[in-house]
Design a protein around this ligand. Structure first.
Ligand code: FE
Length: 131
């Protein structure tokens, strides 16, 4: 999926709930343990809430204890891109959907093997498709 999705702010506001809009388009963060997927254990694929691109498989989801859905790697060829986030006096690696620009969360180097990475993702940035 290399086809970019571009929408106006009005179109995003119409598509997304106010909380989703805040997280996805304004780099917000949902409160821990409040999202719909942190404690979700169905088998399937997590999609970008903005454009529907498959981003993470349930097979790479694990319980990080953080209160956000956590994965140790994206789906193969998923459009998950990184930027450096220097907000709040920290240096973190922000992750977003490279297809539509939806902010997803952050990736930290304290995840489980085989990658050692923790993709800490907002439920509000995801949809789920079961298999
Ligand atoms: Fe997207």
């Amino acid at each position: 999926m290399n086809d970019k999705v571009e929408k106006t702010e009005a179109e995003w506001q119409e598509q997304l709930s106010p909380e989703q809009y805040h997280v996805c388009r304004e780099h917000g963060t949902e409160r821990a343990f409040t999202g719909k997927y942190w404690d979700h254990h169905e088998k399937g694929v997590y999609l970008c809430a903005g454009c529907g691109a498959p981003l993470f498989s349930s097979e790479t989801k694990y319980d990080s204890g953080s209160g956000w859905p956590s994965f140790y790697q994206p789906e193969q060829s998923a459009p998950v891109a990184e930027t450096v986030d220097r907000s709040y006096g920290m240096v973190r690696t922000e992750v977003h959907c490279d297809r539509c620009g939806t902010h997803l969360g952050h990736v930290f180097p304290d995840g489980p093997q085989p990658t050692g990475l923790r993709y800490c993702i907002n439920s509000a940035s995801l949809d789920f498709k079961d298999q």
